[in-house]
Design a protein around this ligand. Sequence first.
Ligand SMILES: *Cc1c(COP(=O)(O)O)cnc(C)c1O
Length: 349
Amino acid sequence: MSVRLRSTLDTLPAYVPGRTVPGAIKLASNEVVYPPLPAVLNRIAEAAQSINRYPDAFSVELTDALARRYGVDSEQVAVGCGSVSLCQQLANSTAGPGDEVLFAWRSFEAYPIVTIISGATPVRVPLQDQRHDLRAMAAAVTPQTRLIFVCNPNNPTGTAVGRAELTSFLDSVPDDILVVIDEAYREFVRDTDVPDALTFLDRPNVVVLRTFSKAYGLAGLRVGYAIAHDTRVITALKQTQTAFAVSHIAQQAALASLDADTELMQRLNEVVDERSRVRNSLISYGYSVPDTQANFVWLPLGDATTEWAAECERRAVIVRPFAGDGVRVTIGSVEENDAFLTAAKDLAH
Ligand SMILES: *Cc1c(COP(=O)(O)O)cnc(C)c1O
């Protein structure tokens, strides 16, 4: 006899991390290329002095700093071990066997995983023209729906939904269904029609997720946060978190990053400029590339995806293929982007 594991695990898609290949350029995980600022590193070194102690279990100092920054109550903010963890906690807080969790597809690959682990059923609503089809998502809501993820901008396509369509979507969703607006890439958005989801916080069923992993360059430290209208949602996040999930080092690095906000945000302009250059170049080679508001571009290559990514890898550029759908390529440094563009030009026909 062997141990009995939950049978739902057999249906669990694997989370495929971007691959790191020695000597190759990694454009597979939507990281920023910038190393940590000296002020952040100093704070990390200082925080390391006390790693014999458990961290503050509820990240109070960071929670308060975020609340002040966004003009909300501290009771409306929860910090988590990356926003992936917050997605899991929200699924565990709202859904279980017999319930449905709704999201667009293709979207962030963690959504089906956290849904299945919660015991609930994932409902995937196909993208239309690489964008969220919010009308179809509204139509897919059933009495079993407990949670909806809207990833804006969407990972992996980079496309974003506008204020009017998101407003009418939220209007159509019953108030007792929690809507997560996952804004992992908010800081890269330049299209003024794409709403800051915090402007929807007057709605009792909205929770906004942000992370220090992408724009703030702290992917390796695992810290993200949720802001909700309803403090019960925040309480639920605290109930479902793994004890001491966010390290003292991560909390302090996030605080130092908030202090260095202006400098950190400044350097994103370079990413945004490179994003346009990369996209325009790809289009000039004959690729179709949807407008992107994130720090990556999407090439909907369909069945050619896997082979195309392998060809990039042969040219020492690691991209992120999603078999059958397309390839996501993170915007890197100018030199890295050049290397990618050389490969992409070579592979265009
Ligand atoms: C990267 C990403 C996250 C967050 O990742 P963490 O590192 O866990 O904070 C969340 N949502 C989306 C859509 C992402 O792409």
